[in-house]
Design a binder for this molecule. Sequence first.
Ligand SMILES: [Fe+2]
Length: 230
Amino acid sequence: MKFDAIAPGIYPELTYPPYKSTVKRGPTQPMLRIDARTAAEQNIAPSPRIILPYDTDLTKHGEAEPLGEKIVVTGRIVDEDGKPVRNSLLEIWQCNAAGRYRHKKDQHNAPLDPNFNGWGKMMTDEEGRYRFVTIKPGPYPWANHDKAWRPAHIHFSLFGNVYAQRLVTQMYFPGDPLFDYDPIFQSIPDEAARQRLISRFSLEQTVGDEMLGYEFDIVLRGRDATPFGI
Ligand SMILES: [Fe+2]
């Protein structure tokens, strides 16, 4: 079963044996159509009021600066016609510079950083643009196979204009040597689509002596869509 009839190869295989957990959780039944009333109940727009101070600066969650390389990430969220997705909630989460998530299930033998939580949220502006400051995440092992290490990445959850439109994806960093060995990255069949998950370094977005800048644009649908479902 696939959900990419319009643009084949962009979205990951729902069952992709090299990515072991997809075999257990990949759907084996056809998709269900939800009724109009259920859809309407989920047709609720996130409110900008849920954005708190420092939600867009993950380096400000502790009493001191977190360890690691401070970076700024920005980009635009657009639909298939290039129109901005405005006033849209975007959530992000990531591990710290040592490759450890602040999560009870993360048993990676790497230190937590008392000054880094690894989550944030924001709304896109009138141009569909988002921007946040964080620490560059490290690679981490995930026990999928021998020497299984994830390329450094930031998880993105986009809510479109209502909660029911939620899409989840991952942003990567240019030049990562782990791309070729990562079954999650490789579960997207189309090479060009995989490349669209990689942010680009931006001197323009770099802030003086403070932090390097990365740009990551997201296209929601169509031939140039950013892969989702990873
Ligand atoms: Fe992750």
